[in-house]
Design a protein around this ligand. Structure first.
Ligand code: HMG
Ligand code: MG
Length: 303
């Protein structure tokens, strides 16, 4: 296969995107243990939590305590999701060096998730990005609903391209394109990426697939062929989105790493250690990992 990257940067979003939608609460200690285990497995970018309204996302209310307890290693990005200036201030107070901001390609999802229009959200995020950049905090941007919306259905690739372009223009170093509800398929993914790439360099794009319909790995392959070399995933396939009814968790990091290992694409991640971290958090949540690779590793261990 042509055009495949030799290395992929895996952004682990399980502690945030995953745990934000798990009904079973977990302690700060369990979150810290998870993040440290992921880093020990070789993960170099972890989204550790979010500074959002505790009424809306109670699972993330203890993010400051997570950052305070975490023993951070150099060369690892420990990021936090931030919706507004108040969230940025909370992140700064915890010594966070990188934040992620988020906007949607869907008007209805924007209203439901953050109670404002896309253009108002971009205005707010412009302020957040400017302030963050002034204090040397790196900013990653998300576009959600890039392959479909739970309320509006189809989303035009041109809407995704326009939000991605604005986030880049305001100073985000990278844009992660989120299939929030996991409805995308391979050809739709390719068409969306082609459109976004007209206004944004491929090396500044990442993909973020939820796996509701089991298409995430196929879509990752399309993204890699298109020139993308940064992929988000959640260990054990944790989570979903509280404002996207029916959406399941992200692509499991174990499944992603198994795919990449099989293609000789480096990630720096030890799959066995990663799977152990996934088993531990799944047990804390009282369930099994949602990952075929994790199940295969567990079955091998049981022989
Ligand atoms: P609002 O109602 O417009 O804002 O909410 P507000 O200023 O009126 O504040 C509402 C309440 O939130 C107030 O508290 C504020 O103090 C508080 P109250 O007076 O009612 O007690 N508040 C905050 N608390 C803590 N930290 C803050 C903060 N800001 C306000 N930073 C707001 C707007 C954005 C705050 C709200 O809608 C919110 O927090 N929404 C949660 C959004 C969220 O976290 N969604 C899930 C993440 S997005 C996602 O998962 C998609 C992604 O993974 C990509 C993909 O999959 O595609 C990224
Ligand atoms: Mg997500």
């Amino acid at each position: 296969m042509k055009n495949l990257p030799s290395r992929v940067r895996v952004v682990e979003v399980g502690p945030r995107d995953g745990l934000q939608n798990e009904p079973c609460p977990v302690s700060v200690e369990t979150k810290v243990t998870l993040i440290e285990a992921l880093v020990d497995a070789g993960v170099q970018a972890v989204e550790c939590g979010s500074f959002v309204s505790a009424k809306r996302i109670p699972q993330m209310a203890d993010t400051a305590a997570v950052f305070q307890r975490l023993r951070r290693k150099p060369d690892v990005s420990y990021t936090a999701l931030v919706p507004n200036l108040r969230g940025l201030e909370a992140a700064v107070a915890c010594g966070v060096e990188e934040i992620a901001v988020f906007a949607s390609a869907s008007e209805s999802f924007s209203q439901s998730n953050i109670q404002c229009s896309i253009s108002e959200s971009l205005r707010r995020l412009g302020e957040v990005t400017e302030r963050a950049t002034a204090v040397q905090i790196r900013v990653r941007g998300y576009v959600s609903c890039v392959l479909g919306c739970p309320f509006q259905g189809e989303i035009a690739p041109s809407a995704v391209a326009s939000v991605a372009k604005e986030l880049l223009a305001m100073g985000c170093y990278e844009i992660s394109l989120g299939d929030t509800i996991g409805v995308g398929t391979a050809l739709k993914t390719r068409a969306m990426l082609e459109q976004v790439a007209q206004g944004a360099p491929m090396e500044r794009l990442a993909v973020h697939f939820h796996d509701t319909w089991g298409q995430a790995l196929a879509n990752v392959l399309i993204a890699l062929q298109a020139g993308i070399a940064t992929v988000d995933a959640s260990v054990a396939g944790l989570g979903g989105c509280p404002y996207a009814p029916g959406a399941t968790g992200n692509l499991a990091t174990e499944d992603l790493v198994y795919l990449l290992n099989g293609m000789d694409i480096e990630t720096g991640i030890d799959l066995e250690k990663l799977a152990a971290a996934g088993r531990a958090i799944s047990h804390a949540l009282g369930r099994e990992p949602v990952s075929r690779a994790a199940a295969a590793i567990a079955a091998k261990g049981a022989l």
